[in-house]
Design a protein around this ligand. Structure first.
Ligand SMILES: NC(=O)c1ccc[n+]([C@@H]2O[C@H](COP(=O)([O-])OP(=O)(O)OC[C@H]3O[C@@H](n4cnc5c(N)ncnc54)[C@H](OP(=O)(O)O)[C@@H]3O)[C@@H](O)[C@H]2O)c1
Length: 359
């Protein structure tokens, strides 16, 4: 490797941005050179604007404290100081689309946590273990944008990152229908218990936009490239309910699934155990060694006990059994701000780097 690539963090002051700051400390491929946020934070040091709202359970790394925060709209300046950016801003979708495209057109690849471009037909939405072949659409996207280097890639919503890996391990049995009910942590909305006291002793039965994402995004991930677009698969049919629960981190999903060719329980467990993808083969720095871990203990997985497995990049599964309406049911867990947000985006960038898309 010649030199570390320079990274800009758009939305660096937010919850996902803070995760990036911790994950990029001493990263072997990348180093942060720019942090950017809204005009409220711009011009201040990272420490002075974030210290009172630092939400990580480890201290703010020293390396970032004296960075002066830029405004994400300083696109001309920022694009000269970075090789690519991670984007995690909380803004109107139309505005996010414009900003991400503007960076790409300034020849800056954008690895996005936002939902704005998830259904743009030539923008890959990637879980690196599952659909790395979707990177092959990038040259087509560059043609549309008129860029040599710039492009946009997105990671999917955090709600699907536990059950989509588990079902992906079983695709050879052709799942036909899935019911997924998610029990989602409060950090998924960027909040802590202090900022969301109404969740204590409570559950909130609605998370705006989440069910549509949970039902639609897996179909793009399991889709295929046709010409200059990614075509969604039509099956399996997915229905979901997404509920906010009083948990700090870690989204749990109760999953029911039927198959065209019903596997045995042993076959399913073996598929979970042996499922791996390019991140494991390439030994990417952020890749979990064991992607899916199955618990025999009926009381697991639990967010509090198990969300940090494989540094928050693993997926945990338990309670696999036959069902009276579907073929099988089980429970899955993933860390929403690690695998489901900054960690997933970082793994995607590591894959892009190793596959030559960031050169
Ligand atoms: N939390 C999760 O688990 C999770 C998971 C997956 C995806 N995401 C997505 O990631 C994105 C960020 O989420 P988050 O939880 O980190 O949100 P957050 O904590 O509210 O942070 C939002 C960030 O956006 C910046 N921002 C807000 N308005 C802006 C504006 N007008 N111009 C420029 N920057 C602006 C904020 O800067 P200031 O500090 O200056 O206001 C801050 O850096 C969202 O799109 C979210 O849907 C979140």
């Amino acid at each position: 490797m010649n030199r570390k690539l320079k990274v800009g963090l758009l939305g660096a002051t937010g919850l996902v941005g803070q995760r990036f700051v911790t994950l990029l400390k001493d990263h072997p491929y990348f180093e942060v050179t720019v942090v950017a946020a809204s005009k409220r934070s711009a011009g201040k040091t990272y420490f002075s604007t974030v210290n009172d709202r630092w939400k990580m359970n480890i201290p703010m790394p020293e390396y970032i404290k004296d960075f002066v925060v830029k405004n994400v709209y300083e696109i001309d300046t920022i694009s000269k100081e970075v090789d690519f950016v991670f984007c995690a801003v909380d803004m109107d979708k139309t505005e996010i689309k414009k900003i991400e495209e503007a960076y790409a057109k300034h020849e800056v690849p954008v690895v996005s946590n936002n939902s704005a471009h998830r259904f743009t037909e030539d923008v890959p939405m990637v879980i690196p273990e599952i659909n790395p072949e979707h990177l092959e659409i990038i040259p087509k996207q560059r043609e549309r944008l008129g860029t040599k280097k710039g492009f946009i890639i997105v990671k999917p919503n955090c709600s699907i990152q536990s059950y989509v890996p588990a079902i992906s391990a079983l695709l050879k049995f052709h799942p036909t229908k899935i019911l997924a009910c998610t029990y989602q942590a409060i950090s998924g909305s960027g909040k802590t218990f202090k900022e969301m006291p109404e969740i204590l002793d409570n559950v909130i039965p609605f998370i705006p936009g989440e069910e549509e994402k949970s039902e639609g995004e897996p179909l793009k991930i399991w889709g295929h490239i046709e010409g200059n677009k990614i075509v969604c698969t039509k099956t399996p049919i997915i229905t979901s309910q997404c509920i906010r629960v009083p948990v700090s981190d870690g989204h749990l999903a109760a999953v029911f699934v039927s198959f065209e060719k019903k596997p045995s329980k042993e076959e399913i467990l073996n598929c979970f155990k042996t499922f791996k993808g390019k991140p494991q083969l390439l030994e990417l720095p952020t890749a979990p060694r064991q992607f899916i871990t199955y618990f025999e203990d009926e009381f697991r997985p639990q967010p509090k006990l198990d969300r940090e497995m494989e540094k928050g990049m693993g997926v945990e599964v338990g309670r696999l059994r036959e069902d009276s309406l579907f073929d099988y049911k089980f429970v899955c867990l993933s860390h929403n701000t690690l695998r489901g947000a900054a960690g997933g985006a970082l793994l995607t960038a590591e894959l892009l780097y190793r596959e030559g898309y960031l050169d």
